[in-house]
Design a binder for this molecule. Structure first.
Ligand code: BGC
Length: 549
């Protein structure tokens, strides 16, 4: 990166090349010389550059220039010139991926009861097969996370996103045409694989195209679309049989592949490949015609210089790699340790227990609650910050899971026969609450608070933070480890749920989830960095222990 000397009405100053176009435009200064740092072997520290900027701007001695001292203010000035229309369009197209993945997650709830009672012997499921049909998606997704981590580095973010539409569409096509159980399993595994790739690629794509003023809200759209997809599958499932439902689920990924043809690759990926001209074009598309995109390009390039090219095992010894990796992995582990998937499976039974005749309506209400609170989280994410929301969410879940346990404790003996399959499919068994102990309202209220709490923080934020904290050169590897942890745990917890119930009793299992949520809060306060309002480069500088530039 070079330095440039400029002449202002009050004297000369030396600045990094990236900030010059912006300051020249702001102050009316003239560029008089370019200094190549390498040829002069000059080691100009960040502090020197900031001092120079300050000297230039202080020299002007006006309030107007006061506001431009320091990088934060440069960002503000830059961002004031940005138009977000096309950025929103690119985010909208990319989140068709999480929408498809939500349809995959939601599909089993209405499809399993259908497949258990179907007249067609070739595809009729028994208890065990139904449980595999539900959970094989999480295994496929864990593998998809690894594949996604490799793909984003090899073919880039945009092509990886287009690629993941294929297993979605093929998977749903195989399910639609299924003639035997294996076709059902293969279809589910393929759609799971696509979900794993998507859950890695889309957060990375969005964090790299968004800027810090809207990155939290844009990143939260990932989870918003996941829960919208889940809810969409529940609603569509009340009208459609399992084959038609699978066909309907293949629509979002089809639109994704078409829409992404018109969207840009991320500027960070292009710059990491040395494609500066393409990166500027991508930024011009995303930031509108008035933004001096060379400034942002230079800022990203500077960060890429720091981070080096490609991932090496020795990078794991760097604090700016192992610290965020540990945080990302633990966030994913704790998200699943809350027991969200177990509680969602359980939702239908709780509604039944609360004398809701229409269980399908009950699941739709759960879906809508998630969509509503995830929407609120998205709206306030960039104002409230990630840490505060994670803490509020963790506390709400700790209390509600504990109350859930109390409910089971008080009604012990009435639901010893509850099977995980009954929970997962909602087709048989119920909590069996008799009129003498009608505490269903307690279960209903705690479930509502738990799901709302999850949607406000622990649902969207682990995915968002994962996309913000890794340096570019390790993003593929580190995100893959996070996605593998998330989906691997989702598989283990949903598969072991029945054993947990048998081992710890229902009350004990929910108290265990409650204690995990309490640990989440302590972990958040102690270790999770606040990323609100920071550039990706500033976040990484904090891990490196160097002052943010
Ligand atoms: C979690 C999934 C969960 C989904 C639904 C996602 O953030 O990773 O395990 O099923 O949210 O709320």
């Amino acid at each position: 990166m070079g330095l440039i000397q400029i002449q202002t009405p009050r004297g000369q100053a030396t600045l990094t090349a990236g900030v010059v176009p912006l300051l020249v435009e702001l102050t009316g200064a003239k560029q008089i010389d370019r200094i190549d740092l390498r040829s002069r072997r000059t080691r100009t520290s960040t502090m020197d550059i900031q001092d120079e900027r300050r000297r230039l701007l202080d020299a002007e001695g006006t309030d107007e220039y006061e506001t431009v001292t320091g990088v934060r203010s440069e960002q503000d000035i830059y961002l004031d010139k940005v138009q977000n229309g096309k950025l929103y369009l690119a985010v909208f197209v990319s989140v068709l991926g999480p929408l498809s993945f939500g349809f995959v997650l939601g599909y089993s709830s209405p499809a399993i009861p259908d497949l258990i009672t179907t007249n067609d012997d070739r595809v009729r499921l028994n208890d065990d097969q139904a449980s595999w049909f539900g959970s094989i998606v999480t295994l496929g997704a864990a593998v998809g996370g690894l594949l996604g981590g490799w793909l984003v580095e090899r073919i880039g973010r945009k092509l990886s996103l287009m690629f993941c539409s294929l297993p979605f569409v093929f998977g749903f096509a195989i399910i639609t045409a299924a003639q035997n159980l294996w076709m059902l399993y293969v279809g589910r595994a393929l759609t799971g694989l696509a979900s794993g790739v998507t859950s890695l690629v889309v957060p990375v794509y969005i964090s790299e195209i968004a800027h810090e003023r809207v990155r939290g809200t844009m990143g939260s759209c990932v989870q918003l679309m996941v829960v919208t997809g889940i809810c969409g599958a529940y609603v569509a499932g009340t009208y459609l049989g399992w084959r038609w439902l699978a066909l309907c689920c293949s629509l979002p990924p089809t639109l994704l592949i078409v829409g992404m043809c018109f969207m840009p690759e991320t500027p960070r990926y292009l710059l990491s490949q040395g494609k500066r001209r393409e990166a500027e074009e991508a930024l011009r598309f995303l930031r509108g015609p008035d933004a001096p995109v060379q400034w942002e390009c230079a800022r990203i390039e500077e960060a890429c210089d720091h981070q080096g090219a490609g991932f090496k095992v020795s990078d794991l010894l760097e604090p700016c790699v192992y610290k965020p990796l540990a945080i990302g992995v633990l966030l994913m582990f704790f998200q699943q340790a809350t027991g969200i998937n177990a509680i969602m499976f359980y939702a239908e039974n709780i509604f039944e227990d609360a004398h809701f005749d229409n269980r399908a309506l009950g699941t739709v209400i759960v879906g809508l609650t998630q969509v509503f609170f995830t929407g609120i989280a998205a709206l306030i994410m960039d104002r409230a910050g990630r840490k505060v929301l994670l803490c509020i969410s963790g506390v709400a879940m700790t209390i509600s899971a504990a109350v859930f346990g109390v409910f089971f404790h008080l009604t012990t003996g009435q639901h010893n026969n509850t099977s995980v399959r009954a929970m997962a499919s909602g087709v048989e068994g119920s909590l069996g609450a008799g009129p003498e102990v009608d505490l269903a309202w307690l279960a209903l209220a705690s479930m509502g608070i738990f799901i709302a709490g999850f949607a406000l923080g622990w649902g969207p934020i682990p995915w968002l933070v994962m996309s913000e904290i890794f340096p570019s050169n390790v993003k593929g590897f580190a995100s893959a480890v996070c996605v593998l942890t998330n989906w691997g745990n989702a598989f283990i917890i949903t598969k072991c749920f029945q054993d947990l119930l048998a081992l710890l009793t229902n009350a004990g299992t929910f108290w265990l989830f409650s204690s995990m949520c309490a640990i989440n809060v302590v972990f958040t306060i102690a270790f999770v960095p606040e990323t609100k309002g920071k550039t990706l480069e500033q976040i990484q500088d904090n891990f490196r222990g160097t002052p943010a530039q």
